[in-house]
Design a binder for this molecule. Structure first.
Ligand code: FAD
Ligand code: MLT
Ligand code: ZN
Length: 474
């Protein structure tokens, strides 16, 4: 392996991809060289835009031969800097955005084959056009891509019913470091033939191969939904309400999100069109939704369950969406929390998971610590309570010094992650991955045997270390 002079590399790339397939002008590349939270600003020798899977594989063969590191990029909405090249200027960014065809939709088999650069919302739409439903749903769905969703094993709003991205995959096509193309685009539901190789690429954040296409599971299209925005007594009541709703609806709860008062205040202040669904303020809320493929009595089930919960003191008030516009309004409030937080000032994010039943205790313990120790921060703990996944975020308090607040981020993170992992048996990265941001956290908390196995897998798939070096593993 030898490092190629830049001009020779660019000439060979242009030969493989055509002139429009390689970007070098700063005006074209700059927007791709920083991550969405603006934590990192990288440089790249060029941006490659392959438009077929064999061309992705050919780019990898060239990079493997010449010792050029490769950073795959999808929609660049990831939170951990995984899609940003380092500062050396020697890495090649490979954007998958031109690999964006839906190759097949099979309504009878409840499956769809999409290329890695398809935007998630386009895949949802393709499923709907076939009278089917693709359940992955995230606030970033208008921008993030299937390849990024697979590579981060994305979670989002429907995990409690349908699982994470990993659970929605039937097969993969992957370009390997040495330039071979692994074609395993099966649409089989059952296939116990040796190791499940495809599962290794899910959540690997581009460190083991570049995913070029995936066959995905579909579900019946939903035809009924009942959605409520309910003020609850406290987070403990949220978990109790969820348990009741799962029973009462026969497992038709498709989303159950915890929202604190501050999130309502920030979204109504910063996001045009968001309004508080309830008349009086409350400390905590849940946004819950039941869905069904049949025209079921979901409104009645939800109303009766909320009335019972009101009687039991779990719920203080609730608004049921009366039409699609109100439903969209509730969801807009939830999905724009990250954007509202960003507009409000600096924030420190902790994407943690604890067992569902321990959520309330965690919020009490960690919240107490924050109130006592971070006077310049305001806690905004929200998220996928049905999965035990909280975005335990802190925003800079009004008038606080931004730099001083951010400077304490490492120390705050240490306390919160230690509490999550060591006291609650939880995870310091529930759904956002490791990227570059959490490499040290993985080294600190992963069992040494697991780290050894991860390094062995990395060596086996990428012996020359060209695939997204410095991400996930050092
Ligand atoms: P990118 O950011 O481009 O890349 C992410 C990682 O995957 C990088 O390491 C990159 O190298 C690698 N990669 C990308 N494409 C490929 C490929 N084809 N082959 C191999 N590796 C590849 N995440 C959640 O899980 N749940 C949420 O609810 C959620 N909500 C969000 C809301 C907002 C407003 C925003 C901005 C982000 C949110 N995210 C959420 C985070 C983010 O959207 C997801 O992680 C998403 O899956 C990233 O997809 P992407 O295409 O943008 O990937
Ligand atoms: C969400 O669920 O909104 C995101 O995963 C969390 C975030 O943006 O911090
Ligand atoms: Zn989330």
């Amino acid at each position: 392996m030898k490092a190629a002079p830049q001009s020779a590399l660019l000439a060979r790339l242009e030969h493989l991809l055509g002139a429009g397939g390689v970007l070098t002008a700063e005006s074209d590349t700059a927007p791709l060289l920083t991550d969405q939270r603006e934590l990192y600003r990288g440089k790249a020798v060029a941006v490659a835009l392959p438009d077929t899977a064999p061309r992705v594989a050919a780019v990898l063969a060239l990079c493997n031969e010449t010792g050029v590191a490769v950073v795959p990029q999808g929609g660049n909405t990831g939170y951990c800097g995984g899609a940003t090249p380092d500062e050396s200027g020697a890495q090649l960014l490979v954007s998958l955005r031109r690999l964006n065809r839906i190759r097949a939709v099979d309504a009878l088999n409840y499956s769809l084959v999409a290329e890695a650069g398809c935007v998630l919302a386009d895949v949802q739409r393709a499923a709907e056009e076939a009278d089917r439903f693709f359940p992955l749903s995230l606030g970033s769905e208008g921008t993030c891509q299937i390849g990024g969703n697979l590579s981060t094993n994305a979670g989002g709003l429907h995990v409690l019913r349908y699982g994470m991205m990993r659970d929605l995959v039937l097969g993969l096509e992957v370009a390997l470091a040495d330039g071979r193309l692994l074609s395993a685009l099966t649409t089989l539901r059952k296939d116990n033939t040796g190791y499940d190789i495809k599962s290794l690429f899910l959540g690997a954040e581009g460190t083991l191969g570049i995913i070029t296409a995936a066959s995905l599971k579909l579900y019946p299209r939903m035809s009924a939904a009942a959605t409520a925005f309910a003020a609850i007594r406290d987070p403990r009541a949220a978990v109790q309400l969820l348990a009741r709703l799962r029973e009462a609806s026969g497992e038709r709860v498709s989303a159950f999100e915890l929202i604190p008062r501050l999130a309502v205040e920030l979204t109504t202040r910063h996001i045009p069109g968001v309004r508080d669904p309830l008349d009086a303020p409350h400390a905590w809320y849940v946004l819950c939704e039941l869905t069904s493929a049949r025209p079921d009595r979901l409104d009645t089930i939800l109303t009766e369950s909320l009335e019972q919960a009101l009687g039991a003191g779990l719920v203080a008030d609730a608004a049921l969406a009366r039409n699609e516009g109100e439903r969209a309004g509730f969801w807009k409030l939830r999905e724009t929390i990250p954007e509202a937080q960003r507009r409000d000032g600096a924030s420190l994010k902790h994407d943690v998971a604890v067992p569902v039943a321990a959520i309330a205790q965690f919020i009490e313990r960690a919240g107490e610590w924050v109130r006592a120790n971070v006077p310049d921060g305001r806690l905004i703990a929200y998220g996928h309570v049905g999965d035990g996944n909280l975005h335990f975020n802190l925003n800079q308090a009004p008038g606080a010094d931004r730099a001083a607040f951010l400077a304490r981020g490492e120390a705050i993170k240490r306390v919160i992650h230690d509490m999550v992992v060591r006291e609650f048996g939880g995870s310091f990265s529930a759904e956002h991955g490791i990227g570059r941001l959490k490499v040290g956290e993985l080294e600190r908390y992963a069992p040494p045997v697991e780290l050894d196995l991860m390094r062995a897998i990395k060596r086996a798939f990428d012996p020359n270390g060209i695939l997204n070096p410095g991400k996930v593993l050092r």
